[in-house]
Design a protein around this ligand. Structure first.
Ligand code: ADP
Length: 634
């Protein structure tokens, strides 16, 4: 076994790998960029090497810097985590050339699965069922469109080099095809420097069910069951679970066998995931194989009792798999919820900021929180906005789900907009409780998921009112105490007019964090006051309350004007109309790109664009006014 391993990653996955590597008695080496000088993964590792500037293409993606760090520190192996260089064939080759073990599959397996279209050809030859579609080299728009017509709409355009849902567009009819192809190619080129596209039948209401496989260098191969990752936004996973609801033993064995066939077809070694789409008839189709540890691997660990990072190290060291297929058993049910800095109410746009409050639920043998940040850290524009993964286990799905919702209600984060309230609403919805999931779940149940908050305001409203009163009274009392009026009620010291007492108060920069106890039911809540309102963390979940009354500070935000602002820090990539153009409500005015995703800014009403304040290619700050717009009186 190795004695020193370098972890070529950051954030939660670097921390999670360090934990296991340390438990195995192996020395750990972290790498870090300027933005991560005091990051948790750096503090946790035995040694740390600086590798460059904050943008990942100047640090975490620079092959030579990582190889140099491993050589200088005498690390015998490199664990790439997920993302960054984990599926980079050149990095894998360079490791071999420098006598460093790459903890992952052989380079040929990475190459074989690196392109979704090449992978489909290999899988077709190995008799693994595929989604019907075109995955060849002819890329002319007319040809791809004729293929789409052959397949039949709706179709899905996908970047062959794709990942992270980027370069992907659903097309519902022939009229939409050209525009969608241009947009998908543009996104693919900027994300992957490669705009090769494939066209697939867009399956309606499929489930995303993936199989965890493991192979060693002695021809042994097993599958560690399935994960259901159907609940997605922007084609990206939000909540994953294992086992998949409603899975039968027969279907599991069939999918497991197909996944092992896929892995064997490319002489796989190490941890891999074979992703399938599963339709309502129980037919399943190969989508792609990820040749690395997945974000959602903890749910498999929870139900199998195995540590997948330990398995990776064992295989990389040339030893045999720790278990046979017969020895592996499913125990109970697990969920993972991804806690993101993002705004569910604004199309899940990534958010940035400082984590002024970060209180995860307490961990125990049923609740695990994998994270790479601590209170006070910054969620920056440079990296993935995932704050943590909340993983829970229960003997049954229902018990695990109760644990998930309880843990979500205890999760308190302020300073950055998060999806916690959204996850809570999703996890408590009837359809999710029923396990009735498919990849369109969030869209189909949008009203149910988003409406629930209104009902729960019954709980939040008195707390918000109390918080307002407390702050106002504190201010008013200070003024009154300075006056000479002896009968002022403000001099009374009996909590007069206070339905809640503050038990802890902390001022952090321009925010005020109050831990409060309501006199009505004595439940604990945390309130973070901001300039324009409050974040309330109650036992019933999270609420954001805006101040509504002028004397409490009016929120003057004009909703329409907000729509004409840059939704986040990014690049303006296209002005879609000319200055002076008359446009209809909903017309696309500007396309921006941020974090490799495109965002469109649309006309808030019928009107005229009188001026654009930025040119194509400009870097624009979040919230910058993009254009001047005059609404037309109808
Ligand atoms: P990426 O590698 O960018 O994450 P995937 O190929 O893994 O892309 O697909 C991501 C998600 O997109 C899937 O989990 C599924 O929800 C959806 N998807 C992909 N292909 C299809 C398809 N042919 N029909 C319907 N949905 C699809």
């Amino acid at each position: 076994m190795f004695t020193k391993i370098l972890i070529a990653n950051r954030g939660e996955i670097a921390c999670r790998i360090i934990k296991t590597v340390r438990q195995m008695g192996i020395t750990t080496v972290a790498v870090y960029s300027d933005a991560d000088r005091s990051a948790l993964h750096v503090k946790m590792a035995d040694e740390a090497v600086y590798i460059g500037a904050a943008p990942s293409n100047e640090s975490y993606l620079v092959v030579n810097r990582i190889i140099q760090a491993a050589t200088e520190t005498g690390a015998q192996a490199v664990h790439p985590g997920y993302g960054f260089l984990s599926e980079n064939a050149d990095f894998c080759r360079q490791c071999a050339m420098h006598n460093i073990t790459f903890i992952g599959p052989p380079v040929d397996a990475i190459l074989a699965m690196g392109s979704k279209s090449a992978a489909k050809t290999i899988m077709a030859n190995a008799d693994v069922p595929l989604v019907p579609g075109y995955h060849g080299d002819d890329q002319s728009s007319a040809f791809l469109k004729s293929e789409a017509e052959k397949i039949g709409y709706p179709v899905l355009l996908k970047a062959a080099a794709g990942g992270g849902g980027k370069g992907m567009r659903a097309v519902h009819c022939a009229e939409e095809f050209e525009q969608a192809l241009i947009a998908a190619k543009r996104e693919a080129l900027s994300s992957f420097n490669d705009d090769l596209m494939l066209v697939e039948k867009y399956l309606l209401k499929p489930r995303h069910v993936e199989i965890q496989v493991f192979c060693d260098s002695h021809q042994n191969a097993v599958y560690l069951f399935e994960r259901d990752c159907s609940v997605q936004r922007r084609h990206q996973k939000v909540i994953e679970e294992a086992p998949a609801p409603g899975m039968t033993l027969e279907l599991r064995q069939k999918m497991g066998a197909a996944a092992i066939k896929a892995a064997r077809a490319i002489n796989y070694e190490g941890a891999g995931t074979v992703e399938f789409l599963l339709d309502s008839r129980g037919d399943f189709f190969f989508m792609e194989m990820n040749t690395r540890l997945q974000v959602e691997h903890p749910v498999t660990e929870m139900i199998s009792g195995q540590d997948l990072v330990t398995w990776q190290l064992i295989v990389a060291a040339g030893q045999s798999l720790p278990c046979s297929q017969e020895q592996l058993k499913i125990n109970g049910h697990a969920f993972e919820a991804r806690i993101y800095a993002e705004d569910p109410d604004n199309d899940f746009l990534p958010a940035t900021g400082r984590l002024s409050l970060l209180q995860p639920p307490p961990e125990d043998s049923y609740i695990r929180v994998d994270t790479g940040v601590v209170q006070g850290d910054e969620v920056s524009i440079y990296y993935d906005p995932m704050i943590a993964k909340l993983i829970v286990w229960g003997t049954t799905r229902a018990k695990a789900l109760t644990r998930l919702t309880e843990a979500l209600s205890k999760y308190r984060i302020a300073g950055v907009t998060t999806n916690i309230g959204f996850l809570y609403n999703l996890a408590t919805s009837q359809a999710f409780r029923d396990g009735d999931v498919d990849t369109g779940f969030i869209q189909h149940h949008h009203d149910e998921i988003f409406r629930q908050r209104q009902q729960d305001l019954n709980y939040a409203a008195p707390l918000a009112a109390s918080a307002f009163l407390n702050l106002r009274q504190d201010n008013a009392a200070k003024i009154a105490q300075q006056s000479n009026e002896p009968n002022s009620p403000w001099h009374l010291n009996n909590n007069w007019g206070r339905p809640m007492s503050v038990i802890r108060m902390e001022i952090q920069q321009n925010e005020c964090v109050l831990s409060a106890e309501s006199h009505a039911d004595l439940s604990n809540s945390t309130i973070v006051s901001k300039n324009n309102g409050f974040d309330l963390f109650t036992p019933e979940g999270f609420f954001h309350c805006r101040q509504l009354y002028p004397d409490l500070g009016v929120n003057n935000d004009d909703v329409d004007r907000d729509n004409l602002k840059a939704p986040m820090h990014g690049t303006l990539i296209a002005l879609m109309v000319a200055t002076g153009a008359t446009v209809k409500k909903g017309d696309t005015l500007v396309i921006m790109e941020a974090m490799k995703m495109e965002h469109t800014v649309v006309a808030p009403s019928d009107g005229v664009v009188t001026e654009f304040y930025f040119q194509t290619g400009s870097l624009v700050e979040a919230d910058a006014e993009l254009l001047s717009f005059e609404a037309l009186d109808l």
